[in-house]
Design a protein around this ligand. Structure first.
Ligand code: 5GP
Length: 304
């Protein structure tokens, strides 16, 4: 090769390397999506994107270290030396499906439903999460129950009358609602939950069994967690001990508790509340979306 051509080729190689580095930076900063980069590569073999090696693209994604990149390449049956422009049709299909699935979930927070019998300590666990994990949205329910002493409207619940609750139902403003303990109605306002999830924030709902079932129907990606007392005797002791309910109300709540405990098999995760800090940490772990966006797998690490 004549000297001038060699110099031109090396300048072109340097420029191409810089262009590839800029592409990786754009993916790393979130300015461009990996899918967008892959599609540019497949539109033109001259594009800088086409010269990018697949592991370089994957390695630019948040939370994907070299070991995970190697696993993904293995799963997609793509050799680590491959450049985007050199992928075969099937490899392109597999890579874009993987990238799309990841982008679809990584930008969304996770919805976790915390249910469990009365007096099991759902409130204590969620208070612990509120104080230690402000990044999680604790949904504030609407209820027709009158406030207890110390409860503040808009903080503990939105206290509404029957007509107000009917209006929320009619306007489809509730994600779920139920009559609890055969007494008052309780429901989850939909807009704050949807806004939080869309912005990538995880949401915790502390609701009853009927509500949990409705959420499962409406949002199948939700993770349903059942909080268990260490024993039935302990549950009775906690309910009677807190002294906030009349004897009739206590027996009504214990009856609901018996029914709810029988439904624990419907849940994805069982967490025993023998120690609030540990139980809350288990719930927090479920609220955290892993970098590959996978849902927690079954009941590993739970109470059985
Ligand atoms: P409390 O009257 O003790 O505050 O709550 C009674 C029950 O209502 C609890 O078991 C709680 O989980 C449930 N609950 C609170 N908010 C909601 C809600 O928005 N929807 C449903 N379905 N249940 C709720």
């Amino acid at each position: 090769m004549p000297e001038v051509d060699r110099a031109a080729a090396s300048r072109a190689a340097i420029a191409a390397r810089r262009a590839r580095a800029a592409v990786k930076d754009a993916v790393r900063s979130g300015e461009r999506t990996a899918i967008d980069v892959a599609e540019s590569a497949w539109q033109s073999t001259d594009a800088p994107e086409a010269g990018l090696r697949v592991p370089e693209l994957l390695g630019s994604l948040r939370g994907l270290g070299p070991a995970r990149v190697a696993d993904v390449l293995d799963q997609l049956q793509i050799s680590p030396v491959k450049r985007l422009g050199g992928l075969g049709h099937r490899q392109r299909t597999r890579l874009s499906a993987w990238l799309r699935a990841r982008e679809g979930v990584a930008g969304r927070g996770r919805l976790v439903v915390l249910a469990g019998p009365t007096a099991v300590g759902k409130g204590t666990v969620s208070t612990f999460i509120r104080e230690n994990h402000p990044d999680v949205l604790l949904s504030i329910s609407a209820t027709t129950r009158p406030p207890r002493p110390g409860e503040i409207d808009g903080v503990h619940y939105f206290f509404v009358d029957d007509a107000g609750f009917d209006t929320m139902i009619e306007r489809h403003e509730l994600l779920e609602w139920a009559t609890v303990h055969n007494a008052s109605r309780y429901g989850t306002p939909r807009p704050p939950v949807e806004a939080a999830l869309a912005s990538g924030r995880s949401v915790l709902l502390e609701i009853d069994l009927q509500g949990a079932r409705q959420v499962r129907e409406a949002m199948p990606d939700a993770v349903l967690v059942f909080l268990l007392p260490p024993s039935w005797e302990e549950l009775v002791r906690r309910l009677v001990g807190r002294g906030t309910e009349s004897p009739e109300e206590q027996s009504r709540r214990l009856e609901t508790a018996r029914v709810e405990l029988a439904a624990q098999d419907e849940f994805d995760e069982l967490v025993v509340n023998d120690d609030v800090r540990r139980a809350a940490q288990e719930v927090v772990d479920l609220l955290t979306v892993p970098s590959d966006g996978a849902r927690p797998s079954g009941r590993a690490g739970s109470a059985r």
